[in-house]
Design a protein around this ligand. Structure first.
Ligand code: FAD
Length: 384
């Protein structure tokens, strides 16, 4: 049986999939979301990377459209600027704007995802967990999903599919087999590792909470973002090869030696450095470029599935959230899904490309320039 006209199936109940489900369900669409992982509210969040994220004005605006802003902001920590940690141990706050009207926010990925899932279900969307998209017959408009716990499979008939299944999108791979999407992936020769600064014994923050901390060290750097529960997530970005590089800093003892030498003021803040280093795998970073984001009226890609980017502008999620608003609006405004997808891609592709470019540029600025005297003077003049 072919689903009715206003039915949509979303693959992936991550940040973009859950937000789009809210927006469409609130507009009266019948929405089914298929997620490969289990329900995080039952089994705990299994996100696996970037524990917290910088939420900016673009993302907040999208959350507002979905009626999700208040619930998310209740647990967000304000960051009014970069706190630069110099090699001599001194620190300097570089504000993002003139005052606290221009700030960004640190949000916990797991909490954010759960908030959005709750709101999606409340708005009427059906979320099916443990359903990994396995294959698609685009001619018959049938998709096959597998439950990885027992390898059982089910088939679903769809009218149109949205791929919100992240950078390694299975839907994108299936579309690519139907038509050339012009896919190009540029992998960065740098990776990242996450560590944690726990609260003080009396439950407080160990360093200034209202800042994004940066330890710039030329070709590599550490950053730390605050969490609502008084911890900080520290991320070390470093080349894959070199000195230092992930090929030379391999063991937890190597990591301690690197921190003792280059991040001396951060080292005492991370008591479980060795355990964190051993437990958390190094994550890779890449930019995904596509010439086409949709397959006529049958499928469209959003978020990381369409335009994964390196995280140095803190805009991947923010950009994915803007996609959701744009796609929901186009589906309402245009006469058919095919026209809506074409208009959506025409509107969003240039934006995504610009942000991808800025994200790559910002890596150099963050690791190499924020402690540069000329740069600091120029920023100061810009703010005056
Ligand atoms: P995802 O969040 O990856 O969600 C995809 C979902 O699809 C997941 O739930 C996954 O389980 C599911 N899925 C995958 N495959 C299948 C399948 N076959 N079938 C069914 N379901 C499937 N962005 C910011 O805006 N600010 C930041 O500060 C920031 N920091 C970052 C730091 C790091 C280290 C990294 C790596 C990224 C960062 N980002 C940041 C980017 C941000 O994480 C992504 O842009 C965002 O998660 C994209 O959301 P998404 O929903 O498109 O994809």
């Amino acid at each position: 049986m072919t689903p009715e006209r206003n039915h949509i199936a979303i693959v992936g109940a991550g940040l973009a999939g859950a937000l789009l489900a809210i927006l469409l369900a609130r507009k009266g669409w019948r929405v089914d979301v298929y997620e490969k992982r289990g329900d995080p509210r039952v089994r705990g969040y299994a996100g696996g990377r970037s524990i917290n994220l910088a939420l900016a004005e673009r993302g907040r605006h999208a959350l507002q459209q979905a009626g999700a802003e208040a619930a998310v902001m209740a647990h967000a920590v304000m960051m009014r600027g970069r706190m630069v940690h110099f090699t001599d141990g001194s620190q300097q706050l570089q504000r993002y704007g003139r005052d606290d009207s221009e700030v960004i926010w640190s949000v916990h990925r797991g909490d954010l995802n759960i908030t959005l899932l709750d709101l999606a279900e409340r708005a009427g969307a059906a979320v099916h967990f443990d359903r990994r998209l396995d294959s698609i017959d685009f001619d018959a408009r049938r998709a096959r999903f597998v439950d990885d716990r027992d390898d059982s499979a089910c088939e679903v008939t769809f009218r149109t599919l949205v791929g919100a299944d992240g950078a390694g999108s299975a839907l994108r791979a299936a579309m690519q087999r139907e038509t050339d999407l012009g896919e190009r992936v540029e992998t960065l020769d740098h990776s990242y590792k996450e560590l944690e600064i726990p609260p003080t014994p009396d439950g407080g923050f160990r360093i200034e909470p209202n800042a994004l901390h940066i330890w710039p060290r030329g070709d590599y750097m550490c950053i730390a973002l605050p969490n609502d529960e008084r911890t900080f997530t520290v991320t070390l970005f470093m080349p894959n090869h070199g000195s230092p590089g992930f090929d030379t800093v391999r063991t937890p003892a190597d990591a301690r030696a690197l921190f003792a030498r280059d991040f001396a003021d951060a080292l005492p803040l991370i008591p479980d450095l060795e355990a964190d280093w051993a437990r958390n795998p190094a994550g890779t970073l890449a930019t995904l470029y596509l010439d086409r984001w949709h397959l006529d009226d049958r499928a469209v890609l959003i978020g990381d599935a369409a335009h994964a980017m390196v995280p140095f502008h803190g805009q991947g999620m923010n950009c994915a959230f803007e996609d959701c608003v744009a796609l929901a609006d186009r589906l309402e405004a245009e006469a058919s899904p095919a026209e809506a997808f074409a208009a959506f891609a025409a509107e969003r592709r240039p934006n995504a490309a610009a942000i991808q470019h800025m994200a790559l540029e910002n890596y150099r600025e963050m690791r190499d320039r924020v402690d540069d005297a000329d740069y600091l003077l120029q920023r100061q003049l810009e703010l005056e």
